[in-house]
Design a protein around this ligand. Structure first.
Ligand code: MN
Length: 435
């Protein structure tokens, strides 16, 4: 069952938390989940509300019976057990938290569990067992394919198989942590033998992170009609890429060191319930494209399995920061650029019996749209590095330089509903270690 809207989506709802009403990202209609540590405390689960974080387990006794045990699951250093409780549990928790944060009579009892976000340390929301990166942005697949195969950019499997590969979970880091430029092998243009050294074509990839909620047992696929129930929520993902290393190493087994050195995620899991008002039909496939095979096709998923989430990428160089310039906007696009829905990605991932676990991370793939301004990587924005992006009178970029900071943001809007946001996914490029 795909989430429907309810009283928690009422745009007129108000919270007694002063900073919440009209907050760009975290009004009371959002209630995203994360892990935070207050100034002198251990990491624990919290919900973002305006400029504050509510300690979920600390207010468990104030919740109705059904939600109390669920809230206590959030009293740990990761949210894996909470996500494992399933989508109905997350919904009961959302309903309980919404009532506490909107009812002025609860204020006195709840307020001691509120912490100013600016004074807290945020952590990865889950212990990530596995990270899988898909390739569902069809415009990205075409743009990148065209650099290698101008006449035949899209391989014949693309419209049948949700393409993906197994990424590296150990190097997924929270927004804010520097990304260290990787060293590796690259083959200079025209050369017969590779050189070793710092990556020269470091790039960002604008993606969304899909967090797995309740998992499945080995050998028991998740049917497409149930796949939405296994998705806990979304965050922003910057899937850093070493393009020059990738070009040399990727055949025949696919991405390896060019993709495993670092991926950045934003701290807050925006739940699928919070995203219910922004669901839209999966865009119709172009005339002549094959229909998805039956195990990937569900009418309800086609009807409302896409998400109208807007994503933006900004770049701030060391020079821009020194001169007090605002970050330069590189791109602006939408999650509707996905050729496959999130539910299709889950159903496909498990169809061979592969078991998904709570807290597993699925990347959507780079979400470039049809428009030029929505290109989600520098590889695309600069046509393979040939046409640098002009940032100001004095600076341009083909690929990222040390000190560059990439800032990704995302939000959802719909007529008749509040705007909610994901916060930001930000990281700065640090110099490669000397080897
Ligand atoms: Mn990727």
């Amino acid at each position: 069952m795909i989430a429907r809207t309810d009283f928690t989506h009422d745009p007129a709802a108000r919270s007694w938390v002063e900073s919440a009403d009209g907050h760009d990202d975290f009004p009371v209609q959002n209630l995203p989940l994360g892990i935070f540590a207050p100034p002198s405390g251990k990491p624990r689960g919290g919900v973002a509300i305006g400029a504050a974080i509510l300690d979920i387990a600390a207010i468990a006794s104030l919740l109705p019976e059904g939600a109390r045990d669920i809230a206590l699951l959030a009293g740990q250093a990761t949210l894996n057990d909470l996500l494992d409780a399933g989508h109905e549990a997350l919904r009961a928790l959302r309903h309980g938290l919404f009532r506490l944060l909107t009812d002025p009579a609860s204020q006195e009892a709840v307020r001691p569990a509120l912490h100013a976000m600016a004074q807290c340390r945020l952590h990865l929301p889950v212990r990530i067992g596995d990270y899988t990166d898909f390739y569902s942005g069809i415009h990205h697949a075409v743009n990148v394919g065209r650099l290698f195969r101008p006449d035949n950019p899209l391989l014949p499997n693309y419209k049948y198989v949700p393409i993906g590969y197994h990424g590296r979970a150990s190097s997924v880091r929270l927004s804010g942590e520097d990304v260290i430029r990787p060293n590796g092998q690259t083959l200079p243009i025209g050369a017969q033998t590779p050189i070793f050294g710092p990556c020269k074509r470091l790039d960002h990839e604008l993606e969304m992170a899909i967090w797995v909620g309740r998992g499945n047992a080995l050998g028991q696929p998740i049917p497409i009609a149930e796949a939405a129930e296994h998705i806990a929520g979304l965050s922003i993902l910057n899937d850093w890429s070493a393009r020059d290393m990738q070009a040399w190493e990727y055949q025949p087994l696919g991405p390896f060191l060019a993709k495993s050195f670092h991926s950045s995620v934003s701290p807050w899991i925006v739940t699928m319930d919070a995203l219910a008002p922004y669901r839209v039909p999966q865009p119709a496939r172009p005339e002549g494209d094959p229909a998805p095979l039956p195990y990937l096709l569900d009418p309800a998923d086609q009807q409302s399995g896409a998400l109208n989430v807007t994503m933006e990428v900004h770049l701030s160089t060391a020079r821009m920061r020194a001169e007090g310039q605002a970050p330069h906007r590189l791109s602006h696009g939408s999650m509707t650029a996905m050729y496959w829905t999130a539910a299709q990605l889950l159903a496909h991932h498990s169809v061979n019996g592969c078991n998904l676990a709570p807290g597993d991370l699925l990347g959507t793939g780079t979400l470039t749209g049809a428009a030029d301004e929505s290109r989600g990587s520098l590889l695309e924005l600069t046509h393979g590095g040939k046409e640098p992006v002009r940032l100001s009178d004095r600076e341009s970029r083909s690929f990222l330089e040390d000190g560059d900071e990439v800032i990704m943001t995302a939000f959802a809007e719909a007529a008749g509903f509040a705007r909610i946001g994901f916060g930001e996914c930000r990281a700065r490029v640090a110099t490669a270690p000397r080897l």
